[in-house]
Ligand binder design. Structure first.
Ligand SMILES: [Zn+2]
Length: 365
């Protein structure tokens, strides 16, 4: 097929400011410039032996030949077929600056919407349908890293462990939860009274919390119910799905897909440092309140447990306020499950919620 066309314009000889009307004949192989008057050829070059001037919106794109002579099309909007792609993209951005601006303004909004609304909602659906084997694997990974980096074997007397274990089994039985879906673990942790739940149903009780609530075992029951709530609501899996999908979104948008493998493989390790959102804490609290009531007990147990925990962590309470003196930055390197006091301002609110419900329960009796 003979793909030949002509373009009218001006021809400017090299090193001269004088230009004459001319016509460029473009074929598949080459460009030939003819004078308008007389039709004499004044320049010819095969494709590749000439270059283009920068493509700028509103200005013509010149052909520049080896001897610096150039052909300037009459039509400022004319674009040569062989123009390189990067030049056209620059030009596209220039002509569509308003579209670029709109994108720049809406991109943050789009990201916020994805991260705050779409991903959490879809992650919850995904997390609910993940097979148990995923939760088991993640829980094991978390426990391995916790044992390697954060916690020591328990020094709690066997009889004390046995007492707690007895109450734990009793709770599971009364809630109709098969005992082998959960595992109670004791560990020594140097950062105070705490308990935490892993994805697979492993619940860790620190020696400090066991001692703190030794004389008020119903408080520890409330704490354990709260932890069971995290597992029943699949909170760890939801955090993991959210962070994976968010990372994936950013990796796709900013082109760093190589980092994705690492993010996914290190999931269980990362989970050991994650902390639950306030909404998740509230859901776990609600679970504990409800189950305490169904066990014929009062949500007041939970409020009392929270107060005891708060009183046992004076440093953490200071950390939650402005006058953080020491050990504050280190907190973030510990397992994030400073489950009870990590979001300090919310603690009082959670206690009040428990007490309000306890009060209501009392009125109904
Ligand atoms: Zn919690």
């Amino acid at each position: 097929m003979n793909d030949q066309h002509s373009v009218t314009g001006l021809y400017q000889a090299g090193n001269s400011s004088h230009s004459t009307p001319a016509r460029a004949m473009v074929t598949e192989r080459q460009v030939v410039i003819y004078q308008q008057q007389g039709g004499q050829p004044v320049m010819s070059a095969v494709h590749g032996d000439y270059r283009f001037s920068e493509a700028i919106a509103g200005l013509p794109v010149d052909l520049i030949f080896a001897d610096n002579s150039r052909f300037i099309p009459d039509d400022a909007g004319y674009r040569w077929k062989h123009l390189s792609k990067s030049q056209t993209i620059t030009e596209w951005l220039e002509t569509h600056w308003s579209a670029v601006l709109v994108a720049a303004v809406f991109l943050p909004f789009f990201l916020w919407f994805m991260v705050a609304v779409v991903i959490p909602a879809s992650s919850n659906v995904v997390a609910e349908s993940l097979p148990q084997v995923v939760a088991d694997e993640l829980g094991q990974q978390s426990l391995t890293i916790i044992d390697a980096a954060y916690m020591e074997p328990s020094e709690l007397a066997a009889s004390e462990q046995e007492n707690i274990r007895q109450r734990w089994h009793d709770i599971l039985q009364r809630l109709n939860i098969p005992p082998d879906t959960y595992s109670l673990q004791f560990r020594r942790w140097n950062h105070g009274a705490n308990a935490m739940a892993l994805a697979d149903g492993t619940v860790i009780v620190t020696d400090s919390i066991a001692r703190l609530m030794k004389d008020n075992p119903q408080q520890l029951d409330a704490v354990l119910l709260h932890e069971i709530g995290h597992v029943e609501h699949k909170h760890s899996l939801k955090i993991l799905t959210q962070s994976t999908v968010t990372s994936l979104l950013f990796a796709m948008m900013f082109g760093d897909v190589e980092g994705m493998g690492e993010i996914m493989l290190g999931a269980g390790t990362g989970l050991a440092q994650a902390s639950f959102s306030r909404d998740m804490e509230r859901d776990a609290d609600q679970f504990a309140f409800q189950e305490l009531q169904s066990l014929g007990r009062s949500p007041q147990d939970f409020a009392d447990a929270m107060r005891a925990l708060e009183a046992s962590h004076p440093l953490r309470i200071a950390a939650g306020q402005s006058d953080c003196t020491q050990d504050c930055d280190n907190n973030s390197t510990e397992p994030g499950f400073f489950d009870y006091l990590s979001s300090h301002p919310a603690t009082e609110e959670r206690i009040r919620a428990a007490e309000a419900l306890a009060e209501k329960q009392k009125m109904q009796q």
